[in-house]
Design a protein. Structure first.
Length: 169
């Protein structure tokens, strides 16, 4: 599994190469590491990495993550490859578009919930439909302000990647 971790303004590419019991083989930016990881409590882990012991404490109620290592707190965001692609898609939405535009399914998925009806007014970034792919639900958002003119998908319906789900103008 591949992940992208961001901390201190720097992005790290992490790949889990394998795991045996509590020992994980990782690649971080192309460098291989072996990490012995034991869960101590619901939010604390003991790590052995490169002959050094670390106690990592995940601070609850902070998002994405705040972790305490050797007394220092670090903000860390970890995304799967898919979550990173969805983030890029969301940033495109944040820019907004003018005029008639379509909300399309980013990948094959199932329509879980329609959040708008024909005639509803939406603003840039408003959630308009929820789709599920690979057991994860994703809210698709309006890429521009306007009125919902057409709904081309029904709840429970399987849709293909790139399929138009809604029209806003």
């Amino acid at each position: 599994m591949k992940y992208t971790a961001t901390s201190g303004g720097r992005e790290y590419l992490i790949e889990v190469l394998g795991a045996e019991s509590d020992v994980f083989r990782l690649s971080v930016d192309g460098v291989s590491w072996e990490v012995d990881c034991v869960r101590i409590s619901d939010r604390t882990y003991s790590l052995l990495l490169d002959n050094t012991a670390y106690e990592v404490d995940f601070i609850k109620g902070v998002s994405p993550y705040a972790v305490r290592v050797k007394g220092e707190i670090h903000d860390v965001e970890v995304l799967t490859e898919r979550e990173k692609r969805m983030r890029v898609f969301s940033k495109k939405v944040d820019a907004g578009v003018e005029g008639r535009h379509a909300i399309v399914s980013p990948m094959p998925s199932k329509v879980v919930r329609l959040l708008v009806a024909v005639g509803d007014q939406v603003n840039v970034g408003d959630a308009v439909i929820v789709v599920e792919a690979m057991k994860m639900e994703n809210e698709l958002r309006a890429s521009g302000a306007g009125t919902v003119r057409e709904i081309r998908a029904n709840e429970g319906e399987a849709v293909t990647g790139g399929q138009t789900l809604l029209i806003v103008e």
